[in-house]
Design a protein around this ligand. Structure first.
Ligand SMILES: CC(=O)SCCNC(=O)CCNC(=O)[C@H](O)C(C)(C)COP(=O)(O)OP(=O)(O)OC[C@H]1O[C@@H](n2cnc3c(N)ncnc32)[C@H](O)[C@@H]1OP(=O)(O)O
Ligand SMILES: CC(=O)C(=O)O
Length: 534
């Protein structure tokens, strides 16, 4: 199997996307994750560009112990009309003390003339001098040929001259960059093949793509098929503008489908975990629909799909999700059929018959039509199914609930609002229908209606059902479903809770926000009180 090296630039180009930043600690932790995944190279940043990257490379020497990957410092060629000996960028690259460095070199006539404002001879000399300088200091030198594809289309002679300048001085890799991301796969295939025939085995051809046409992964694959032996990209496709080649997509495509070796044995199974770990560290969630690693990548919602999967596991999956550390999930919604409900019941451990399944499907479809969304509310779904089979104990029965909000004197300018809820419930050691059941009336104040009814309900049942004290609400989300109805709109409330070991979410929907909240709250407490197998 042909080896294709993986060069990760999450810590350099990945951080060039707006809205994402990382501390030095974050960068060190991400480097550890990339090593754990087994990429060949980790580009850590641009030493000298900012104090953070200087500190990163300094601390990496003592705090990072990489077992699989090589750390790379990034910089540029020397400045136009300057000398290598007194070039600050090159000096900083050496001070980073990495065995390999990657320098960006302008390989397009337009950029040499317009951006560097110099001649083509000087452009080529900047590359040759810089590679020679870094090689003579003992570094492995990879060269990112910036704007290579655009440059090659405009003036192939100069772009090949830039390549030549690097090869002659001993660059190990010539990385062809689609810097503006506008090149398409058929062009990449043709140009990489041309360069490969030119360079032969004198250096490894690499590919570095941006996703401006949505083709970064396809372009990288086209380059590999045309002879590239090195792909650059980022985890989750982070990167300048629309991002870089997404390694979490291109690696499994190359390795699982095309037979190339990108990661050492036993590592590709870590892909999903590492992708999510890095996303978490950078506070940027993985797109649920990301191929291979997204939470929806192997989630099945359509009833017909689930029915087929129940009979043949791989019926609707292009690869085994476990191959990349992901897993199959079934989403229960109005699109569910009998097979979906049966599989969900098996998963939860509910014994359900055909008639009860029909009941669940009818309830589910009716409620989703009213605005419920059970895929977001696991606990309400489970209660719906358990109620259909009669396995939800009645811990308490609510006789009535009333909530009043008063504006105290002072008006909008100076007044305060006070909210009070009254809840009447039946509870008892043997449930609300037991001979020993009692009626409890409790009142609670709150900083708003939901807070007040939560307080009053808990107070009313806590003596008979003390376990309610261990249930804590953690999140409360309200969504307006038909904004056009203004204040008369239907609202959907999602309430999340925990008992310290489990987290769950319930849902309530109503044109009355208090009723929607109340339904979600009741379900939340009932779910938290269900007996659990230890
Ligand atoms: C395609 C890419 O993604 S390459 C990576 C780009 N990444 C970054 O730019 C992030 C980090 N960059 C920085 O912190 C700063 O831009 C620095 C420290 C690198 C440079 O800062 P400054 O010296 O203030 O220059 P500035 O940002 O204006 O860049 C223009 C200078 O870079 C030079 N330059 C641009 N590309 C190159 C190159 N490939 N090789 C050598 N010099 C270059 C220009 O000639 C210009 O030099 P001049 O001001 O002497 O005429
Ligand atoms: C080097 C680089 O990041 C680019 O050309 O896109």
């Amino acid at each position: 199997m042909r080896l294709v090296e993986v060069f990760d630039t999450t810590l350099r180009d990945g951080l060039q996307v707006e809205g994402v930043t990382a501390t030095v600690d974050d960068k060190l932790r991400i480097a550890e994750q990339l090593d754990h995944l087994g990429v060949h190279y980790i580009e850590g940043g641009w030493p000298g560009a900012n104090p953070k990257d200087i500190e990163f490379f300094a601390r990496a020497q003592t705090e990072l112990s990489l077992s699989t990957s090589t750390l790379v410092a990034f910089g540029s060629t020397r400045r136009p009309r300057g000398k290598t000996d007194d070039d600050a960028t090159l000096r900083n690259l050496l001070e980073a003390n990495t065995s390999a460095v990657c320098i960006v070199a302008k390989s397009a006539e337009y950029h040499v003339v317009e951006a560097l404002q110099t001649t083509l001879d000087e452009g080529a000399a900047m590359i040759a001098d810089s590679v020679e300088f870094l090689r003579s200091a003992g570094r492995t030198v990879l060269v990112d040929m910036e704007h290579f594809f655009d440059g090659y289309k405009q003036n192939p002679e100069f772009s090949l001259r830039a390549i030549e300048a690097a090869v002659v001085q001993g660059a190990s890799h010539l990385v062809l960059c689609d810097t503006n991301g506008g090149t398409l796969p058929h062009e990449v295939a043709r140009i990489v093949a041309d360069v490969k025939s030119h360079v032969g085995d004198d250096a490894i051809i690499g590919i570095h793509c941006h996703d401006d046409t949505g083709c970064a992964v396809a372009n990288s694959i086209a380059a590999v098929e045309a002879g590239a032996g090195h792909i650059q990209g980022t985890l989750n496709g982070l990167g300048e503008r629309t991002g870089n080649t997404n390694l979490t997509t291109v690696i499994p495509n190359l390795q699982l489908k095309m037979g190339y070796t990108c990661l050492p044995d036993g590592r590709i199974e870590r892909l999903t975990a590492v992708s999510h770990h890095v996303a978490e560290t950078l506070n940027r969630a993985v797109d649920p629909q990301a191929p291979y690693v997204g939470s929806s990548a192997f989630a099945h919602k359509a009833g017909l799909h689930v029915s087929a999967i129940a009979r043949a596991k791989d019926a609707y999956e292009h690869v085994a999700p476990e191959a990349v550390g992901n897993g199959t999930r079934f989403v229960v919604s109005e699109m569910a059929g009998r097979a979906t409900i049966q599989m969900k019941a098996d998963e939860i451990g509910i014994d359900i018959d055909g008639q009860q399944i029909n009941q669940v499907i009818d309830d589910l479809k009716r409620l989703e039509h009213e605005g419920y969304q059970f895929e977001a509310a696991d606990a309400s779904l489970e209660l719906l199914m358990r109620r259909a089979v009669g396995s939800v104990p009645e811990f308490f029965r609510v006789e009535s609930m009333r909530v009043i909000t008063d504006e105290l004197p002072g008006g909008i300018a100076g007044g305060a609002f006070s909210t009070e809820a009254t809840v009447k419930v039946w509870v008892g050691p043997n449930g609300p229908d037991g001979d020993d059941a009692e009626r409890h009336v409790s009142i609670a104040e709150g900083n708003g209606p939901v807070n007040a009814i939560d307080g009053a309900l808990r107070k009313a049942i806590e003596r008979a059902v003390p376990r309610v004290a261990g249930i804590h609400l953690t999140d409360y989300k309200v969504r307006i479903l038909d904004g056009g109805s203004a204040t008369g709109a239907t609202t959907r409330v999602l309430l999340s809770a925990t008992d310290g070991t489990r987290d769950w979410t319930t849902i309530g929907v109503s044109p009355n926000i208090i009723e929607a909240s109340w339904r979600a709250l009741e379900d939340s407490l009932v779910y938290g009180l269900l007996p659990r197998e230890s």
